[in-house]
Ligand binder design. Structure first.
Ligand code: RIB
Length: 283
């Protein structure tokens, strides 16, 4: 069982299921409201755990009621939260999410306590792999990239300016289509794998500008794509650290990501290892 550490965000997702996503300046009414645990870091941690890894999460929450709600499924799922601490007088991160009937979303994040993570929190990580994203201060990720000596994955989401040393250090960079365009040629600085997801379309794994392999997600009834990219990131890291060949690892990640879109909410829909393997084998 690989050990995976995640440095990242914890949010409480306030989700409105709408008939269609609003245009700028438009009001759409008639939504159904629900709350789910979320945050890219927390989603990736729980996804890796459900896929069979031993996982710890380094994060910050507020000293409010939202923190308990945001951490509930991580606790229930057995993610090690020893380094997930509450900060006094600060709110837990919150994401406002609108989801359309086809599962597409708009997300606005108020980071709250996620901003309070510091470089000191990233210095002594021990695990086979470390997964980071960009919903916590970038200097924390830069420090983690320098000091960690195992398999280092960075999911460049949401897109933000990032020190080139992070890309040079990464064994795996994960972006979606939009992020890939945003980063453009700067991704060439990565010596490791660059994985690009394209929603329902073909995902690719490249190294030094050369295509290593590609894979298609299975067709599923998507109801909410929130957390699908996080699941893909966690699954690809788990599979590569387990030593799966790149083509199998990418297919595993595509299948896991697709399954994560089949139920409402980021974390309730994160698939088990068994569910991914059953879908892959056509059972
Ligand atoms: O990637 C999905 C996540 O992005 C949501 O859970 C939300 O909290 C935002 O961080």
């Amino acid at each position: 069982m690989p050990t995976i550490a995640v440095i990242g965000s914890v949010n409480l997702d306030i989700v409105a299921k709408v008939a269609r996503l609003p245009k700028p300046g438009e009001t759409v009414t008639g939504a159904e409201l629900a709350k789910y645990p979320g945050g890219k870091g927390a989603n990736q941690a729980l996804a890796a755990k459900r896929l069979g890894s031993d996982v710890s999460l380094i994060a910050r929450v507020g000293d409010d009621a939202a923190a308990d709600e945001a951490l509930a499924l991580l606790r229930e799922g057995g993610v090690d939260l020893e380094q997930c601490r509450a900060v006094e007088g600060v709110a837990t991160g919150t994401a406002l999410i609108a989801v359309s009937p086809s599962g597409e979303n708009h997300i606005v994040v108020a980071p709250g306590a996620n901003r309070m993570l510091t470089e000191n929190d990233a210095g002594a990580v021990e695990a086979d792999a470390l997964i980071c994203q960009l919903e916590v201060p970038v200097p924390v990720i830069v420090h983690a990239a320098k000091s960690f000596d195992g398999f280092f994955c960075v999911n460049l989401a949401p897109a933000a300016e990032i020190d080139v040393t992070v890309l040079q250090r990464a064994d795996l960079v994960v972006v979606n289509e939009t992020e890939s365009e945003w980063y453009g040629a700067s991704l060439e600085a990565c010596d490791g794998y660059v994985a690009t997801t394209r929603g329902k379309g073909v995902a690719t794994l490249e190294r030094n500008g050369e295509l290593v392999t590609e894979a298609s997600p299975p067709t599923v009834d998507a109801v909410d794509t929130t957390g699908a990219g996080d699941t893909f990131t966690a699954a690809l890291t788990v599979a590569l650290v387990e030593g799966q060949p790149p083509d199998e690892a990418l297919q595993f990640a595509c299948t896991a990501g697709a399954l994560a879109a089949t139920a409402m909410g980021a974390q309730p829909s994160l698939p088990s290892r068994r569910a991914v393997e059953e879908l892959e084998s056509g059972e």
